[in-house]
Design a protein around this ligand. Structure first.
Ligand SMILES: N[C@@H](CCC(=O)N[C@@H](CS)C(=O)NCC(=O)O)C(=O)O
Length: 208
């Protein structure tokens, strides 16, 4: 049986919970990380030397990095509708996943960790301001892409591309401390994702 290690309220764990639910997979879950079992525990570090959650255990294999886990699960289940085998279609899906991993990191720290939660060291005013403006700019990129294509990020069908992006869109619409210029295609996308029960269970579930 698959086992997911990581607290259910963690950003990177919730993406994996969303996919496990979309795929209808049975799994066990253990709460590791902040406020739960410490990931500095040698038993955990033996599975993931980075000490981060999530980690997915599949038999003897320990898979780390949330986006790697998403691709691993889709491939394991041959869920090619979510992770196309055709290389060009696959590249489009992966491009959006990598874009979130790299390009949303600074905005999430500045706008969310600093501006919304007031955490040190991110709450420094200029960093918060930069984070908010970069978050808005990048949501504008999604809005433009969705208006030009859509209804999902990689085109006609819901794919893995929508999981990391869906999360940062959810956070954008959940933060009380940001100004949101009108982005009709992005708003429609958020509502479209909200028609998915798994999205409501793990992402738009009252947590930010
Ligand atoms: N790039 C990693 C980042 C993992 C990460 O930073 N996880 C956070 C939770 S979202 C974590 O482990 N925090 C420490 C903790 O919860 O103790 C991934 O995508 O899995």
């Amino acid at each position: 049986m698959l086992k997911l290690l990581g607290r259910k309220n963690a950003f990177n764990v919730r993406k994996v919970l969303w996919l496990l639910d979309e795929l209808g997979l049975d799994f066990e879950q253990e709460d590791w990380g902040r406020d739960f079992r410490p990931t500095a525990d040698p038993a955990f570090l033996a599975l993931n030397p980075l000490g981060t959650v999530p980690v997915l255990l599949d038999g003897d294999a320990a898979i780390r990095e949330s986006h790697v886990i998403l691709r691993y699960l889709a491939s394991r289940e041959a869920a090619w509708r979510l992770y196309p085998q055709a290389l060009v279609a696959r590249a489009e899906v992966e491009a959006w996943m990598d874009w979130v991993a790299y390009e949303m990191s600074l905005p999430m720290r500045g706008a969310y960790l600093g501006g919304e939660l007031g955490l040190v060291p991110w709450k420094e005013a200029s960093f918060v301001q930069l984070g908010r403006s970069e978050y808005a700019k990048r949501m504008g990129i999604l809005d433009t892409a969705l208006a030009a294509g859509g209804p999902y990020l990689a085109g006609e069908a819901f794919t893995l591309a929508d999981i990391p992006a869906g999360f940062v869109v959810h956070r954008w619409f959940s933060m009380a401390s940001v100004e949101r210029p009108a982005m009709p295609a992005l708003e429609a996308y958020y509502e479209r994702l909200s028609a998915r029960p798994a999205f409501l269970r793990h992402i738009r579930n009252g947590l930010m």
